[in-house]
Structure formats: C-alpha cells, structure tokens
Design a protein around this ligand. Structure first.
Ligand code: PLP
Length: 449
C-alpha cells in the first residue's frame, strides 16, 4: 500500500496546480476551442454569430437543430487514450463532466459572441466564478475586488477564501487610487463587475486594465449586467470574462448556468477546476442556453427600447425621486457608459417618493412585472433591494452604496413599452393617492412574496 501525502507548498509559485502536467506549460501551443470543427463564423456580425456559431447539421439525420447529447460517457478509442496520455483530453470526448458535444456547441457560440478563443459553461454563475477566480490565484493569494459585489461572490471572498489561505480587499470601484493602494505583494488578481447592482455603476474597465498591466495582475470581470453586444470586456483588455448565463445570456428565466471565456491558455487553467469542483452543465441545459443565445442581440435591442422609454417616463413622473439608467444623461456615469457600452440594457433602478412603504405598495399595484429577483428575462422582473438582494444590510450600509429608501430594482423585459408605461402610470397614480393618507399603525413592512 502506498501512502500519498498532499501538502500545500508556500514557496512555489503555483502550488495548487498539478506539477509537471501540460496544464502548467502555458507556452504549449494551443488552438482556439475546443470546437467541433464546424464552420467558424466569428468574423461575421454578432446576430449572425448568435444564430450560427457552434451549430452543426447532424451528419446522420441532417437535423438543423443542435442535437442534445444526453450521455454521460463516450466510447474510447486510440485517439482518446492518446489524448489523456498526451495531455489534450480537453479536446476529446471522454466523459461528460470533462466535455460533451452539447457543451462544446454552446461554448463555441459563447466564445464567438465574446470574441474569445475559448469558453467553458458551468452549472451556475457561481460555479463559473469560483472556478474562474480560483484558477487565477495561488495559495496565499490576495485579490482586490469591488465593495458592492454580487452577494454570492462577496461570500466566496468573505467565507471561502480564508479556508484556502487567501484574502481579499474590497474597495469602491470608482476609487482608482484606493484600488491601486490596496494592491499587496501577494495580490494576483483584480475582480470587478462591469455594471454593478443595483445602482448600475459603470466601472472604468480601461483604467482597471491599465492598473492590472502595470502590476502584472489578472483582471477578471463579471459582465452579467453587460452581455454582448452591450460590452465585450475581452476587447477592452480584460483577461477573463465571467457571466451568470441565468440572466441575459439565456434570457428566458428557465435555467441556471454560468460561463468563463478568454484566451485558450487561461481557460485551459480553469478547466481542471471544472473537473475538481464538478460544476458541469447538463446537456439539456446546454441546448436551452444555446437556443436562448440565438436571440441575444435581438432581445437586447428590445430590452433597450422598452427600458429607455420606461426610464424616460419614470424620470418625468412626479412620484419618482430619481432614475438610474446609464444611457440617460442624468446617470452619473453617462459619459463612461457612452464610451464603453454599445447600447443600453433592460436594467433600470429608480427611487419612488414615500420610501420603502411606497415602493412595496407600487409592486403590489403593478400587473405586468413579476415580483422576483434575477434579471435579463423576456418578462419584466421587479424587486426591492431592502427586502431581497440587500436585506441583510442595515439601512446605513445600504445608503453607503446608494440604496436610499424607495429604491426599486427593475429588469425591463421585452414587453411593449406602451403597455409597461401604462401599467407603471396606473400603479404610481394609486400610490400617490394612498401614501399621504397611510395611517401610522399600518406602517409595518411585510417581507412576504
Ligand atoms: C446572478 C448573478 C451571479 C450568480 O449567478 P448564478 O447563475 O445565480 O449562480 C453572479 N454575478 C452576478 C452579477 C449576478 O447577477
């Protein structure tokens, strides 16, 4: 019997990467992919990529739709045995946690949309973030990240990082000096969200790229709130782009998935984390995501159209204190948004007069938007940060990140703008009648729904 001891090694640069394996040799010659060898359409327009990239006609039947390869494993032949020995197993089908044709199809489409050499899909956005971040850092590493991160990502840095001997400093993403000052000798990565939630801050990615280059750090960006064609962070110089594909990318609020995309040599270092943490995406979910992606550019145009009209309507309404929509001149980051975003999205945040009580009443009076967390679906989704996404914060903590009373988080779907405007108009009219006469006893806040 042999005993193998596994120890962390503080002295080596990359102690948790398999030593002497091909994964360590980042100089190894790599091609983009893995792709199925179908026609590459990456040089074409984004809508064309969305429809055609990654698809292939089934050779046996001629089926136009991408088949769902509902299989856990694949028949092994000499070529596959060789791939394991030769260290190119990511380029062959062996076992579906490692790779599956349904995953490859949607990965190729995602890579084309992001302008990436390679992409990996995951069973959730958090699985993608965990694998992507941990692939970019070593034991003992430090990460500088935004102070208003998505809750799950905050928990990764706050709860999980210490058990890996890692640490993070969270800073205001507007404060470039503070970001640079937070960099320590063991800092290996910067982690930011392209557009933050819920105040829709637009982060200065080119400035972060410049800081990352100067300090030899990896820059990872969660671009869930700014999918292509809104933004393509890799083109701005970001090393790795991550999405919760549960939002705009899939777009139909009917699955949970994530994606990491970037240069092949970096994505190849993420792949072992997919194998080790196990967050692989089921073939049927791959099919749904691939189908959803076909309409991503056209959906984004519809989101933008309805959101812009509704944001302008809300801005002019006497019951609305303030509207935050980056493509409107009233947004504090409008100039940056104009330079970094190719178009607007469906996310609109606004503040109703009368505080959280009025906001709760508004939600109850609306007919079209669903009261639900999440975003990027074809249906409008509406929620209040104070009793959902930021419920664990105190009102002072919320105020520090711009969540003042009456804050409403709205993800405008692709419904007709006129119908949405009419619905908000009637709901706002009702609260303007009710709120001033609200008796004090009834001011209890309900967390139900
Ligand atoms: C939803 C979301 C995530 C997490 O994605 P899941 O698919 O729910 O795991 C990460 N980042 C942002 C910005 C999100 O909105």
């Amino acid at each position: 019997m042999t005993t193998t001891e596994i120890r962390g090694d503080h002295s080596s640069k990359a102690p948790n990467r398999t030593q002497d394996s091909w994964l360590d040799t980042l100089e190894r010659k790599r091609q983009a992919g893995p792709f199925m060898g179908a026609d590459h359409v990456n040089s074409l327009g984004l809508s064309t990529c969305a429809v055609h990239a990654g698809t292939h006609d089934d050779p046996r039947t001629g089926a136009v739709g991408t088949p769902i390869y509902q299989t856990s494993t694949f028949v092994l032949n000499d070529d596959q045995y060789e791939s394991v020995e030769g260290g190119f197993a990511r380029d062959r089908f062996i076992y579906s946690r490692y790779g599956n044709p349904s995953q490859w199809a949607v990965q190729e489409k995602l890579a084309a949309l992001e302008g990436a050499e390679s992409a990996i899909v995951f069973s959730s956005g958090m699985a993608a973030i965990t694998a992507g971040v941990l692939a970019m850092v070593d034991k003992g590493a430090h990460v500088v990240a935004a102070s208003d991160l998505y809750g799950g990502t905050y928990n990764l840095f706050n709860q999980e990082f210490p058990s890996f001997g890692m640490s993070a400093t969270l800073v205001d993403s507007y404060d470039l000096d503070a970001i640079e000052e937070a960099i320590q000798p063991n800092t290996q990565a910067l982690y930011f969200e392209a557009i933050t939630n819920p105040v829709l801050k637009v982060v200065n990615i080119p400035a972060l790229v410049e800081i990352a280059k100067r300090h030899n750090l990896r820059l990872i960006v969660d671009s869930t709130f700014a999918p292509p064609p809104v933004m393509r962070p890799l083109e701005l110089g970001v090393d790795l782009v991550i999405h919760s594909a549960s939002k705009y990318l899939n777009g139909h609020s009917d699955l949970i998935a994530g994606v990491v995309a970037g240069p092949r040599k970096l994505v190849d270092t993420v792949w072992p984390r997919l194998l080790n943490f196990g967050g692989s995406l089921d073939p049927h979910a791959c099919f749904l995501l691939e189908r959803g992606l076909k309409t991503l550019p056209i959906r984004m145009r519809a989101h933008e159209e309805s959101a812009t009209a509704l944001a302008k309507f809300l801005e002019s309404h006497p019951m609305v204190e303030k509207v935050l929509y980056p493509m409107l001149p009233s947004h504090p980051d409008h100039a940056l948004a104009k330079s970094l975003m190719k178009m607007g999205t469906g996310n609109v945040t606004f503040f109703v007069k009368g505080g959280d009580m009025a906001a709760l009443a508004l939600l109850d009076h609306l007919n079209l938007p669903k009261q639900a967390t999440s975003l990027g679906g074809v249906e409008s989704l509406i929620s209040l940060p104070f009793n959902s996404s930021q419920a664990t914060m105190t009102s002072k903590q919320r105020a520090e990140i711009g969540i003042d009373p009456g804050c409403v988080r709205l993800s405008v779907g692709i419904e007709d703008a006129a119908d949405l405007i009419q619905d908000f108009d009637q709901a706002l009219k009702r609260i303007s009648r009710e709120i001033p006469t609200q008796p004090a006893e009834n001011k209890e806040i309900s967390h139900a729904k």
